[in-house]
Design a protein around this ligand. Structure first.
Ligand code: TXA
Ligand code: MG
Length: 349
């Protein structure tokens, strides 16, 4: 399959590009497009054949459900029989934006996109190209992250092309995604709203609007062996670089000493090694490849993490050592993804 790649500026959208992409979606094809979190791989959410194509293009297990993207809050009522006051409050506070809500599903939502679950994940993205595309297509757009299953989510059109060129109909290149980490997922099907995947919208943000909310126990650090995450996708070892990633936690001085020691050992044995460190600490390290994670607020780190992991793969890096971040605000989402990429491999010093 020949994949059309079209560029357009999010602040000056080329209508022709949107019309072409909307046409492909309406006809059951697949289009990758930018969102404010990561690039998504879109297909018609109510067309079971289109969702089959999404799973096939990504090589994604079919029990891992997709997020349905909408362009108007009213669309919630077309997908769920039970749009609670809590859901409306969250939509008012955070949509369009990087928040996904899990609600009971109506029968029109095919089981093939919910992995057989009685609930559906719904999000209204804020990226102008995403919103315009959904609106113009006139359909609801199922869109997982536009990567091959098991690879880091794509934050640029180039990442998408590397994974999916030849497997999908079109890629809209609208520049890099802003946040860089996938949306926050909140489950509203139980009494207490529960975050199943941390993201840019934090637990505190949600508590401010709803009063109470909690984190899925399976996501907390020190994960209990038998706690199964409620978002099926969170059980897979996602975002995994080919190299062996270890996170070193402690005070800056001890962390840099430990990492330098490990780097010297591995480089001494002829391995290709990389370090990821906060901007203020970069000068502490002696390693051939050092990536800057920016300030401790984790914004820049979130924006660049997946790119770095992909670069390390391309460079054939065999060992990666990373500093950690405080688990507050965006730091929580960042540490969640970093820990998954490291398969929970942590050294405390
Ligand atoms: O930021 C994002 O959310 C991006 C952009 C493209 O919008 N999309 C994204 O989709 O990250 P994906 O498919 O990579 O992740 C969807 C996550 C998976 O972990 C899946 O298991 C969970 O959402 N999910 C979907 N439907 C669910 C449901 N009914 N109940 C629980 N978890 C669900
Ligand atoms: Mg994904």
């Amino acid at each position: 399959m020949n994949t059309i790649i079209e560029k357009t500026d999010k602040d000056n959208i080329d209508k022709e590009v949107i019309l072409k992409a909307a046409d492909i979606l309406r006809n059951g094809g697949l289009v990758a497009f930018p969102t404010e979190t990561v690039y998504g791989l879109g297909g018609n959410a109510l067309d079971a054949k289109a969702s089959e194509k999404i799973y096939a293009a990504k090589g994604r297990p079919s029990d891992n459900p997709l997020i349905v993207h909408i362009s108007r809050v009213e669309d919630l009522y077309e997908l769920s029989p039970d749009v609670s006051p809590k859901a409306l409050k969250l939509a008012k506070a955070f949509w369009p934006g990087p928040l996904t809500m899990i609600l009971p599903k109506l029968p029109c939502v095919p089981d093939s996109i919910t992995g057989g679950l009685p609930s559906v994940a719904i999000r209204m993205p804020s990226h102008p190209i995403a919103l315009e595309l959904i609106r113009e297509s006139g359909i609801y757009v199922a869109a997982p992250s536009a990567n091959l299953s098991g690879r880091p989510s794509p934050t640029t059109a180039e990442h998408v092309a590397n994974d999916l060129a030849g497997r999908i109909d079109m890629i809209i290149d609208g520049g890099p995604a802003n946040v860089g980490l996938e949306s926050t997922i909140v489950d509203l099907t139980e009494d207490t709203p529960t975050i199943l995947r941390p993201g840019f919208i934090t637990l505190e943000d949600i508590k401010k609007v709803l009063g109470s909310a909690e984190m899925d126990k399976a996501l907390m650090s020190g994960i209990k062996e038998n706690a199964v995450p409620k978002a099926p996708g969170m059980k897979y070892r996602h975002y995994a670089p080919k190299g062996d990633l270890t996170i070193v936690l402690g005070d800056d001085e001890n962390v840099s000493r430990k990492i330098n020691e490990l780097v010297a050992q591995k480089e001494g044995s002829g391995y290709k090694v990389a370090v990821m460190a906060k901007a203020e600490n970069v000068c502490r390290y002696s390693c051939k490849v050092i990536k800057n994670l920016g300030d401790s607020d984790a914004e820049y780190a979130a924006h660049t993490l997946y790119s770095y992991l992909r670069e390390f793969d391309d460079m054939g890096i065999e060992y990666i050592y990373s500093e950690g971040f405080d688990e507050d605000k965006l730091g929580q989402a960042l540490m969640n993804r970093l820990m998954k990429a490291a398969a929970q491999q942590v050294i405390k010093v």
